[in-house]
Design a binder for this molecule. Structure first.
Ligand code: HEC
Ligand code: HEC
Ligand code: HEC
Ligand code: HEC
Ligand code: HEC
Ligand code: HEC
Length: 271
């Protein structure tokens, strides 16, 4: 009798351990293999991962639904995507391909992180904001799809569409984005305002750019002192501006011309 109990304990323990490791194989992104899709399909680190497969196929997850279910709940494949992609709308949640916005580097939907790649470019500094200005929302430069399947989103076009938001305080009707040159010209932020460098052109993928220097957007970056660099083209003359810039613009700069409040600089109004 005692031996029987021991045997059955050992047996059920083996079963539990067995079941656990089976569960792990199914759900762990580091181990998932698939007989239909091949080794490593559910393994994020594999060259054969479903993410890499999707990246090579325009990130279209609609074709997955025929087997994995219309809400990705499992379907006839009996494998749910929602076990791993557990945010609202599962794999179609914006963060699946665009991240949460808290990443320390910008990763495009294909996994690129190098700023010289146009789909990466200067996103990080614009979207996160920095010492010169507040974060710029996506909709300032793009049309925002409400769903993954919205018209114009995954349209197979070679590059993302740039559509400046006409309702933004930053909007200037003569601002242009050139997809051919990957440049922005005549934007408010980079100088298209009274006294600014009205027609300055910025290259989105130029990592050596001096775009963040005083004088790039207003004034003259080649001058020696910060005061001379930032000095606007009109409105001020050396004669009228004898005091520190911070005397009048004390919400934005201090007497040594450090930007003390980025949210008041490049914000659509003169402070
Ligand atoms: C023809 C039916 C079919 C289509 C279409 C299909 N799958 Fe699957 N998929 C399955 C089946 C069946 C399984 C479970 C059996 C297996 O893993 O081999 C599976 C398993 C998986 C797994 C592993 C899940 C796990 O928990 O181990 C992933 C990941 C996956 N599929 C992703 C996708 C993606 C992404 C697409 C669309 C690009 C897709 N599948 C399209 C049938 C399909
Ligand atoms: C075993 C867990 C797991 C399952 C099941 C799973 N995924 Fe994923 N998926 C991941 C992980 C982890 C990543 C992130 C990979 C990375 O960042 O390299 C990912 C990435 C993705 C991406 C983003 C691709 C990109 O890089 O932009 C899409 C889209 C996606 N999965 C769709 C699906 C669909 C559709 C299914 C079901 C058919 C599915 N996934 C099932 C774990 C899973
Ligand atoms: C399955 C992956 C995936 C998901 C999920 C996804 N996107 Fe995208 N998104 C992409 C890809 C790929 C592109 C580039 C497509 C192109 O230019 O044709 C893109 C482009 C964009 C762009 C740039 C403008 C454009 O349309 O080219 C914006 C903005 C955007 N997505 C926002 C969103 C929002 C908001 C959501 C959630 C409602 C979302 N995306 C969900 C893959 C995805
Ligand atoms: C300051 C303007 C600006 C802002 C803000 C901005 N983008 Fe972009 N985005 C661009 C430019 C410029 C490109 C490159 C377009 C090209 O390749 O011609 C781009 C490209 C992209 C692409 C690349 C798609 C592809 O296939 O080439 C995606 C995806 C994207 N943006 C999503 C977003 C999302 C999501 C946000 C907000 C979190 C955002 N962008 C904010 C300017 C911006
Ligand atoms: C005596 C007060 C005063 C001082 C000192 C001053 N500004 Fe201004 N600044 C103004 C006023 C007033 C405006 C708004 C003028 C207008 O609406 O045209 C302005 C506007 C600006 C603008 C927006 C462009 C423009 O011409 O309207 C910039 C850029 C600027 N100042 C930078 C500076 C810098 C850099 C310094 C230091 C070299 C400085 N200011 C010193 C009063 C001052
Ligand atoms: C990316 C472009 C850009 C750069 C680089 C830049 N500025 Fe500005 N600056 C602006 C814009 C746009 C305005 C117009 C007013 C606004 O939107 O705040 C402005 C306005 C100002 C003003 C007037 C007060 C106000 O309203 O903000 C001061 C002072 C100023 N800048 C100082 C500086 C100094 C000092 C530097 C270098 C540390 C600098 N700026 C670099 C874009 C820039």
């Amino acid at each position: 009798m005692k031996r029987l109990i021991l045997l059955s304990t050992v047996l059920s323990l083996t079963l539990i351990i067995g079941a656990c490791s089976e569960l792990k194989d199914e759900k762990s992104p580091t181990q998932g293999n698939s007989t239909i899709h091949g080794v490593g399909f559910a393994n994020a680190a594999s060259e054969n991962s479903h993410a890499k497969f999707l990246q090579k196929n325009g990130l279209n997850t609609q074709t997955c639904k025929s087997c994995h279910g219309y809400s990705y709940e499992g379907g006839t494949a009996n494998k749910s995507c929602l076990t791993c992609h557990n945010k609202p709308d599962g794999p179609e949640n914006c963060s699946t391909c665009h991240g949460t916005g808290n990443e320390t580097v910008w990763k495009d939907p294909y996994g690129n992180t190098n700023s010289t790649v146009r789909s990466v470019g200067m996103h990080q500094i614009h979207v996160k904001g920095g010492s010169l200005g507040s974060p710029v929302p996506c909709k300032t430069c793009h049309v925002i799809p409400s769903k993954v399947t919205s018209a114009g989103h995954l349209d197979g076009a070679a590059h993302a569409e740039i559509r400046f938001d006409t309702t933004s305080v930053f909007y200037r009707s003569n601002a242009v984005y050139s997809a051919a040159n990957v440049t922005c010209s005549n934007t408010y932020c980079h100088g298209n305002f009274n006294g600014g460098n009205l027609t300055s052109t910025m290259t989105w993928t130029d990592t050596s750019s001096t775009a963040a220097q005083c004088g790039s957007c207003h004034g003259d970056a080649s001058k020696a002192t910060l005061k001379e660099k930032a000095f606007p083209k009109t409105g001020h003359t050396a004669a009228t501006v004898t005091s520190d810039c911070g005397t009048c613009h004390n919400a934005v700069v201090n007497s040594s011309l450090a930007i003390i409040n980025p949210s008041r600089h490049v914000n659509g109004r003169i402070d």
